[in-house]
Design a protein. Structure first.
Length: 564
């Protein structure tokens, strides 16, 4: 099944006409050849330069190699920036990346130029690999480049799709046995692409994206859906692991559900098939923006329905335990917003039922499953022995203005909310436990409103050789970053719920690190959940974090605290 998409650069991702033709004109002028119009040099865009100099201007091989050096005199400092990204490319790459595709650039342009162009125009973050030619003129054949990429990525050619605008892109893919899409918005003609053997031809960037997903859907039709998998038959797991999309139902139509659907709308293995709300009109309104989706206003009806394999549960915390129990009993995998229940006993019972039913139950902690988490770990290791960690999650909730006017709503309504500790403290707490494990001792302090709702608090986690501190609040904002202090250095983390920016201080050396990551990262936890369904791997660690997090939250809620 296709999971790697390879893009040519010039004429496919960017329009390099001005920079390339200006560089070629400059190189030819060094031989006394004057070109009046840059458009006459458009055939140079795409193929290897040496080949084009010899083909179009009858230069000898030695002269063509020297012409490339002249070309670089212009192109290196100026020409590579005389370029522009085709409209829609940024969105297309983001959608493919969110859908789980690995993306690579395969270009006859020298790798050093390709890397700089992608960096300069803000595209580099989307690509796992960038493969180009060498400055000495080697590795300029497209088939050779594709084969080199396949070896580096250790990927099967049947899992790869090549996108390009010229005949050498298509011919190279065909020579390697890779399917290809030819694009007409670049510098190749339909006749050129058809003659080269393109499997598909499209006219716009938008159609590239559409065709990729259409190819994926065609492949999935021949693969068994999850609903046909019979439990307790381990011999079938291998074929099941490479099955089609997971059919999701969403229970709840609030902000969490909205963000979940938005983040996963381009997921390769995600299909939204149902929504369940308290009222049918709410379900219909939510589903109306998302195509053909079945609506329910009764959880029992959804539980009995065979059109959903998994459920994203985002109802109020007080309802999650009973709903999760009902859905697990009915045979549904569950991805639940954190926390999944109100007590440790409830969490342990849910995991017991999930094991008995051979189902996956996962609590969603977005920051843990986003790529930046894994990228952060080597920097954490560089701090030496960690002695103190302080994670903050403080966001002023607008409903507090209502409370101050005597109107009880939202997070401050005890009939709807379990307080800031459960609803906000859970995220930094789970991350702390994921990083450092179960604490030896827990101390808590909080402030409650007169109606019992906690609005701010501190959780102190005492380990044998370090201290962890979690600070949360629904009535203040924090101006300070979270921090991890080690014996060899310290790390500042700008946002603990979506790790993007780190600042490392080691003695007198400071280092700033930025991870490119979207604001909505819920698709990463969805992908992790789907992998668990397919493989059964990693669920033990996820369950252990959920259990230990609830153990601490239970201690927090058992404390009296102070009353405001």
């Amino acid at each position: 099944m296709k999971n790697w998409v390879l893009f040519d650069l010039d004429g496919t991702l960017t329009d390099p006409m001005l920079g390339i033709t200006s560089g070629v004109k400059y190189a030819l002028s060094r031989y006394g050849i004057e070109v009046k119009y840059l458009k006459d040099l458009i055939p140079f865009i795409g193929p290897p330069l040496k080949e084009s100099f010899m083909k179009y201007y009858d230069l000898t091989e030695d002269e063509a190699e020297q012409a490339i050096l002249y070309y670089r005199e212009y192109y290196s400092p100026k020409g590579l920036y005389e370029n522009k990204v085709y409209p829609g490319v940024q969105d297309m790459l983001a959608h493919l990346e969110q859908a789980g595709f690995d993306l690579a650039v395969v270009t006859t342009k020298p790798t050093v130029y390709a890397e700089e162009i992608l960096r300069h125009f803000g595209l580099r973050e989307h690509f796992t690999l960038v493969v180009g030619s060498e400055m000495d003129g080697s590795r300029t054949d497209k088939a050779e480049l594709i084969e080199y990429m396949l070896r580096r990525a250790q990927v099967n050619l049947k899992d790869v799709l090549m996108i390009g605008d010229r005949c050498h892109d298509i011919a190279g893919a065909r020579q390697c046995g890779v399917d290809s899409i030819g694009v007409l918005y670049g510098y190749g003609s339909r006749e050129e692409l058809e003659s080269a053997g393109a499997d598909y031809i499209v006219e716009s960037v938008e159609q590239v994206e559409e065709q990729i997903f259409r190819i994926l859907q065609e492949e999935q039709r021949s693969v068994r859906r999850i609903g046909s998998w019979k439990r307790n038959q381990p011999e079938q797991v291998e074929s099941f692991a490479f099955g089609g999309r997971i059919r999701f139902a969403v229970v709840g139509v609030g902000n969490d559900a909205e963000r979940f659907c938005q983040a996963n709308r381009f997921g390769r293995q995600f299909e939204l098939t149902a929504v369940c709300a308290d009222k049918m009109e709410e379900a219909i309104a939510f589903a109306g923006r998302r195509g053909r989706v079945t609506c329910f206003d009764a959880l029992a009806d959804l539980a009995d329905w065979d059109g959903a394999d998994a459920v994203y549960l985002s109802k109020e915390i007080r309802d999650r335990y009973s709903m999760a129990l009902q859905l697990l009993t009915a045979g549904k995998h569950i991805l639940c917003a954190a926390p999944m229940a109100r007590t440790l006993a409830q969490v342990e019972e849910l995991f017991r039922v999930a094991r008995e039913q051979n189902l996956i139950l996962m609590e969603g902690i977005p920051a843990v499953y986003a790529p930046a988490y894994e990228k952060m770990l080597p920097y954490l290791a560089s701090l030496g022995k960690v002695r103190h960690a302080s994670f903050l999650h403080c966001h002023y909730q607008v409903n507090y203005e209502n409370w101050k006017r005597g109107i009880v709503t939202g997070e401050f309504d005890p009939d709807r909310s379990d307080g800031a500790g459960m609803e906000m403290g859970v995220y930094p707490l789970a991350l702390m436990i994921r990083l450092f494990g179960r604490p030896d001792h827990v101390r808590t302090s909080m402030v409650r409103l007169r109606n019992g709702i906690d609005i701010t608090g501190t959780i102190l986690l005492e380990y044998q050789d370090m201290i962890g501190e979690v600070i949360y609040s629904s009535v203040t904002d924090s101006a300070m970053p979270s921090q991890i202090q080690g014996e060899e250095g310290s790390m500042l983390i700008s946002e603990i719920d979506n790790i993007k920016d780190l600042r490392i201080s080691r003695r007198k050396v400071d280092q700033s690190i930025h991870f490119e990551q979207s604001d909505n990262i819920l698709h990463h936890e969805t992908n992790a959940f789907i992998r668990m369904i397919h493989t059964g791997l990693d669920q033990e660690e996820s369950q252990a974090v959920s259990i230990e997090t609830m153990r601490v939250l239970e201690a927090l809620h058992g404390s009296d605290g102070q009353t405001d």
